[in-house]
Design a protein around this ligand. Structure first.
Ligand SMILES: Nc1ncnc2c1ncn2[C@@H]1O[C@H](COP(=O)(O)OP(=O)(O)O)[C@@H](O)[C@H]1O
Ligand SMILES: [Mg+2]
Length: 372
C-alpha cells in the first residue's frame, strides 16, 4: 500500500512551519541568549512586524526550543488577566517539572510548597505578583532551570504590562534566570517603548520581521515540498516565489494549495502553481484582508484612497490637501490605521501600505462599493 503523506504546509495563524524561511539572525541571537549567562541583550527581545509575518510562529518556536533545552515557558497573550496567566502557567510547568523529575526533588521548602499556593482574587497586586514569581523563580533555580515568558500581541494600553516589565527588570538585576520575548504590531511596540514605566524595554533587542528574500522563500518551499514527497519544476518554483512576494503567510497558502492540487504527481508544473496561487490569493483576501476591510470606517477609507494616489510611499504633508481636511484629522486617522497594522511609517511623515497586495485588494473593494 502506498504510504500517505500529509500536506506539509501550515497555512494556519501562529503555527510553527516545518521549515522556517529566513529569520536566521534572530533565531541565532535568541538561542544564544537562552544558552548564555543572562547578560545577552536578546534575553529580552521584541519581535515587530505587520500581520502574517510570523511573529506568533516565532514566539511559539522559541518557547518550544526553550522547553526542549530545559527552560520552563509560559506563553501568554497581552490581555487583561495576563499576570494571572503567567503565574498559573509558570506554576503548572514547575509542578510538571517536579512530577517528572522525582530524582531531582529538592531539599527544604522547595517547589512543592511554591506550586501549591492558590491564586487570590483578581486583580492581583503588583507587589504580590512579583513576590510569587520570585518564589517560583527561586524554586526553578534550585532545579537548575529558568523561566521564559512569551507575550503575543503586545498592547500598551494593558496596565499589567507595566507590572510585568518592572518585575522583569528586578529579576534581571537580581541575576535570576529569566527571559522575555514579546511580539506586536509596529505601532503597538513603538508606543510601548515610549511609555515612561516601560522605558526599561528600550534595552531590549528589537527585531523587525521584514518581508522574506526570494531565496529564503525558495529554500523553504523546496524543503517543505520535499517533506511532502514532491518537487517543483524550475519555472513552477519561480512562479510560486513571485506569487508569494516574501510574505510568510502567503508562502504557506501557496505551498498548501500547490501540494494539494498536484494530486499524485511528484513533480509540480507551472500551471498547477498558477492555479494554486489564484486560490491562495483569494484565501488571503478572505482570511486576512476582509477582516481588516470590515474594520475600516468611511474616514479610514478616504484616507487610504488618498494614499493610493501615490504609486509608492505617501508624504503625510500631501494628505490634508488631497482630503481637504486639517492636519489634525490626518494625524488622527494616521494613528488609527497605524494601530490597525494597515499602514506603516518607516520614517517620519512617510507612509506606506504595509501588507503585500492589500492596496490592490482595497482598491477592488472600493470599486465594488462605489458601483453599488
Ligand atoms: N519564517 C517563516 N517561514 C515560513 N512560514 C512562516 C514563517 N513565519 C510564519 N510562517 C507562517 O505564516 C503564517 C502566519 O504566521 P503568524 O506567526 O501567525 O504571523 P503573525 O503572528 O505575525 O500574524 C503561518 O501560517 C505560519 O506557519
Ligand atoms: Mg500573531
Amino acid at each position: 500500500m502506498a504510504k500517505t503523506i500529509a500536506n506539509p504546509f501550515t497555512p494556519v495563524v501562529g503555527k510553527v512551519p516545518p521549515h522556517i524561511a529566513g529569520r536566521e539572525e534572530i533565531i541565532a541571537d535568541v538561542e544564544a541568549a537562552l544558552a548564555g549567562a543572562g547578560n545577552d541583550p536578546a534575553i529580552i527581545s521584541l519581535l515587530v512586524g505587520p500581520r502574517g509575518t510570523g511573529k506568533t510562529a516565532l514566539l511559539s518556536y522559541f518557547a518550544d526550543t526553550a522547553e526542549s533545552s530545559g527552560w520552563v515557558a509560559a506563553r501568554v497573550t497581552c490581555v487583561a488577566g495576563m499576570l494571572d496567566d503567567v503565574l498559573i502557567r509558570a506554576q503548572r510547568a514547575a509542578r510538571h517539572l517536579v512530577d517528572t523529575r522525582p530524582s531531582r526533588k529538592i531539599k527544604g521548602a522547595g517547589i512543592a510548597n511554591v506550586v501549591s499556593f492558590e491564586l487570590e482574587d483578581s486583580p492581583i497586586e503588583p507587589a504580590n505578583w512579583r513576590s510569587k514569581m520570585d518564589d517560583i523563580l527561586d524554586a526553578l533555580a534550585e532545579q537548575g532551570t529558568g523561566l521564559l515568558v512569551t507575550i503575543d500581541e503586545v498592547n500598551p494600553s494593558i496596565e499589567e504590562m507595566t507590572t510585568l516589565v518592572a518585575a522583569f527588570q528586578h529579576f534581571l538585576d537580581e541575576g535570576k534566570r529569566v527571559a522575555l520575548i514579546m511580539a506586536g504590531l509596529p505601532y503597538a511596540v513603538t508606543s510601548l517603548l515610549s511609555g515612561k514605566s516601560t522605558s526599561f524595554l528600550r534595552r531590549a533587542a528589537r527585531y523587525e520581521l521584514q518581508a522574506l528574500n526570494d531565496y529564503e522563500v525558495e529554500e523553504a518551499l523546496i524543503r517543505t515540498m520535499r517533506d511532502g514527497g514532491k518537487s517543483f519544476e524550475p519555472d513552477a518554483l519561480d512562479a510560486a516565489v513571485k506569487a508569494i512576494k516574501g510574505f510568510p503567510f502567503m508562502l504557506q497558502l501557496v505551498g498548501y494549495r500547490t501540494w494539494r492540487m498536484a494530486g499524485n504527481s511528484e513533480v509540480v508544473d507551472v500551471s498547477v502553481v498558477n492555479d494554486a496561487a489564484g486560490i491562495a490569493r483569494k484565501e488571503l483576501d478572505r482570511r486576512v484582508y476582509e477582516a481588516i476591510w470590515f474594520e475600516l470606517s468611511e474616514a479610514d477609507k478616504s484616507f487610504l484612497l488618498a494614499m493610493a494616489k501615490d504609486s509608492g510611499a505617501t508624504r503625510q504633508m500631501d494628505l490634508p490637501g488631497r482630503l481637504d481636511k486639517p492636519s489634525g484629522h490626518v494625524s488622527k486617522y494616521k494613528k488609527r490605521l497605524l494601530q490597525q497594522g494597515v499602514i506603516q511609517e518607516r520614517s517620519k511623515g512617510i507612509l506606506n501600505f504595509c501588507l503585500p497586495g492589500f492596496k490592490e485588494y482595497f482598491m477592488e473593494r472600493i470599486a465594488e462599493e462605489r458601483e453599488l
